[in-house]
Design a protein around this ligand. Structure first.
Ligand SMILES: [Zn+2]
Length: 234
């Protein structure tokens, strides 16, 4: 019955240990905070670039507008019946061609800028969404972390108190041996014998050991020959 008592206590402690494990996992997951900061830096850069592109786009557009006005002017001059030398006509036509070529090239630049703007707006949207999601995750795990920390603290305190109280009746030799084995297996020093096999490592327990358990020598500490855990026979 001593081993059963210790086994029951270990089962109780197990849920606290699982919480401790989860706390460790969360500590890893909390690194998301620095990832969020990186994403925010990236978002800042994208926004700055976007501003530059938008300014550039505006200036190209006004350039196109001015060039168009000049072009229309020249075309009107060419179409007017006002007398003019051949040399002047030639000069105007040359200017007309130059302006038309300039407008073409400006339009190409404008297209390129517009594509960059679209790409950056898309990037901005994706980053904002990712930041929002990550911040939500951070909020959730931070909350879980705090809750578990508090629970583990309370449960450990409670468990230690209960443990001391409950093992009072167990002979010193048994409890000290148990504590020794537990040093090697902090998450549980006892394995239950399940249909003749060790519940921890799965190796077959010798028949004479089972027989001894059946005869009621369960007050003794018997360890699995393979993994070393203390065996508990229900
Ligand atoms: Zn074993």
């Amino acid at each position: 019955m001593y081993i059963k008592l210790l086994w029951d206590l270990e089962q109780e402690e197990l849920s606290t240990q699982k919480k401790r494990q989860r706390i460790k996992e969360i500590e890893e997951e909390l690194k998301i905070e620095s990832e969020i900061n990186l994403l925010k830096d990236q978002l800042g850069d994208v926004k700055k670039e976007l501003e530059v592109f938008l300014r550039h786009k505006k200036s190209i557009e006004s350039d196109i507008e001015d060039s168009n006005k000049s072009l229309i002017n020249i075309m009107e001059m060419l179409e007017s019946k006002k007398p003019r030398t051949i040399k002047d006509t030639k000069r105007l036509k040359k200017e007309q061609d130059a302006l038309a070529a300039k407008i073409e090239s400006l339009k190409l630049s404008l297209e390129a800028r517009e594509k960059e703007i679209r790409d950056h707006e898309e990037k901005e949207q994706l980053l904002s969404k990712k930041i929002e999601e990550d911040e939500e995750t951070l909020k959730v795990i931070s909350k879980e972390y705090k809750k578990l920390e508090k629970e583990v603290k309370e449960e450990s305190k409670q468990f230690q108190k209960e443990f001391k109280e409950k093992v009072k009746g167990i002979p010193f030799a048994v409890i000290s041996k148990y504590m020794e084995v537990k040093e090697d297996f902090p998450h549980g020093a006892i394995a239950q014998v399940e249909q003749g096999y060790c519940g921890n490592c799965g190796s077959k327990i010798p028949l004479e050991v089972i027989e001894a358990f059946k005869k009621g020598t369960e007050e003794q500490i018997v360890r699995c020959e393979v993994c070393g855990k203390i065996l508990f026979y229900q």
